[in-house]
Design a protein. Structure first.
Length: 79
């Protein structure tokens, strides 16, 4: 992963916000707003001009990416 790439950083920030700051959201709607906001702020620290667009570009795919949290964890070396 190259965090000097705006899209890769945005994807990482979306996933991090989903699992951390926004994990206690009451609805999917508020979770999406929370994640998009937190990821945009974090990504714009490194990419002030393009950070918001990078988050928008990767948002849906990143929100659906559950690796390495998928399944029951029995075959996952991280658990």
């Amino acid at each position: 992963m190259d965090l000097r790439d705006c899209h890769q950083l945005a994807r990482s920030e979306v996933r991090a916000a989903r699992e951390a700051e926004c994990s206690n959201s009451f609805t999917q709607f508020t979770a999406n707003i929370c994640v998009k906001d937190k990821a945009t702020v974090a990504t714009r620290n490194m990419f002030p001009e393009e950070g918001k667009q990078c988050v928008c570009d990767v948002f849906t795919d990143a929100m659906n990416d559950m690796a390495p949290f998928e399944g029951d964890g029995k075959n996952n070396p991280f658990f």
